[in-house]
Design a protein around this ligand. Sequence first.
Ligand code: ADP
Ligand code: ADP
Ligand code: MG
Length: 681
Amino acid sequence: MFSKILIANRGEIACRIAKTAKRLGIRVVAVYSQADAKARHVAFAHEAWCVGPAAAKESYLRGDAIIEAALKSGAQAIHPGYGFLSENEDFAAACKKAGLSFIGPPASAIRAMGSKSAAKTLMEKAGVPLVPGYHGDRQETEFLLGQSDKIGYPVLIKAAAGGGGKGMRVVEKSEDFAEALASCRREAKASFGDDHVLVEKYLSRPRHIEIQLFADTQGQCVYLFERDCSVQRRHQKVLEEAPAPGMSPERRRAMGEAAVAAAKAVGYVGAGTVEFIANTDEARAGALGGSFYFMEMNTRLQVEHPVTEMITGLDLVEWQLRVAAGEPLPLSQERLAIRGHSIEARVYAENPAKNFLPSTGTLRHLRSPDAIEFEVGPGAAPAAVRIDSGVREGDTISPYYDPMIAKLIVWGETRGVALARMATALGEFEVVGVTTNIEFLGRIVKGRAFSSGDLDTGLIERNRKELFPGAAPLRDEVLATAAFAEMSRCEAMARERAQASGDPNSPWHQVDSWRLNDTSHHALVFSEGKQHTAVTVWQAASGYRLRTPSGEFALSGEAGPDNRVHLRLDGRSIAARAVRIGMEWNIFLAGEQHRLALRDELHELESEAHGGSLAAPMPGKVIAVLVKKGARVEKGAPLVILEAMKMEHTITAPRAGKVTEIRYVAGEQVDEGVDLLLLED
Ligand code: ADP
Ligand code: ADP
Ligand code: MG
């Protein structure tokens, strides 16, 4: 076995590989880009070498610099992780040439599977079933169109060199073919430097089922069962699980044997995954139909390998290290068995509502669900909740790399138990600083289709209504938490100023001076997205009174450590967390997260600015009218929110009165100086 390895990757996978290496007593060398000097994977390693600037092309993809770091550090082997150089045959060959072991398959196997077209030709010869299509060398548009017409629509055009769902185009009819082909070629050329394509039948409602396999240098090859990765967005995986719901033992064996045949056909060594696409049975939701077809082979460790580890009790990175060191596979096919069920969710910094656009920023607050360390060995129960993360609070999600925050993996004796654990654990995952897909994942996991195992690659699209609900009015509990947190903060600030003030005449001098404003009503406007909610808080005999759009309540409570608050709202008790970043309160309550941007009168009081006229202070757009005609308002009550110069401005009541006329509605453009509404004393 090796005594020192270099990990040519970053993020969660670099940390995850390091964990196993350390468990086996192997020293770990990390590489990093200048942007990652303080990253978790660097801190986690025994030593770390900088390999270049932030851009991956100049650092994590610099095979020469990485090999040099390995040689200088005295590492004997390089683990490429996934992505980056993991499927780069030249890098695998260069490692060998430098006298280093590449922890992965031989360069020849990477090459054989590198082109989807060439791989399909090979698989056809090995007797592995393929989706009907054309994967030959001829690339003329007319010829490919003819092939598509023969296959029958819809067809899928894929980049032969493709990956990550890039370049794929679904074509519904003959007339659309040429344009889709041109666009696929453009994207393939730009992404992979190769515009070779293949066309195949586009299956409707298929499932993505892949087989994990392992081969050693002694010629043994086993399959570690399947993973179902059907829940996808833009042809990329979102949730993965093992075993696949509805899988029969016969089909499992057939797919496993087909995968082993695929690996043997290319002289495979190490961990690999053969991806299949399978028909769903139209008659029985969730059941697997008759046929399955080879899609591609990924010649590396897969992102979702933990679900296989959870159901087999094995450490796949340990197996990779043993195989690369020349040891035989630790177990034979007969000794492999499935126990329980595991699900993985990929927690990303992205905005599902904006077509999953990546989100960047600093992780100002990060709480993961409690994990139980991964256990291995016969008889050991797998961890119930596992988190593979590459970041810590304070780290940034930068535009340079994949915006994955962590993988959340759960295990249960049954799928039902695993589902419940996943739903609970997602509710405990708190992130402030970037937009995440956590709530979206929660909706999928709790949704009818996923929880009943009715899986196929169209699940997200088909359940859009359920998965992308519109904004609901803020619940009183959420408003109460935010209002209480804000009031507590202001009181604490007033106390601090009182203590710091040396001026005996300062209004802040007395400890309770803030309460000089006792009788005044504090009007707060919380904005979540485009929804603006006004609440009023004022001091009462014990605690506060709170008025929300749905009523008036008694509110009291305590602020605890670590941003926790415990509240009583009339009879209800609430335990929540409230994290303030700038002018935004992030409220975590019963598994929900709300980002409430605040505009409030207290700040105006602090800065001694006054709300004044009812006129628009500058030209802009009305984004919300917070009062109705006829409403009685108090001095300082927020009336209208105006957006101008990319900022929002709140127009407040200059005095108490009754709103007699509302002159503009949300969405209207207004000129500077126009009266937005009329107020009568
Ligand atoms: P990549 O290299 O981008 O991973 P794949 O060939 O593995 O490309 O396909 C990615 C995803 O696209 C699959 O998981 C599946 O959801 C979908 N897909 C691929 N081929 C087909 C097909 N013939 N019919 C329907 N969906 C497909
Ligand atoms: P899989 O087929 O294993 O599920 P994907 O195709 O979804 O994998 O993901 C592989 C992708 O992961 C790469 O194309 C790359 O964009 C991304 N990636 C590479 N390295 C890292 C990393 N260290 N952390 C997170 N993502 C990474
Ligand atoms: Mg794939």
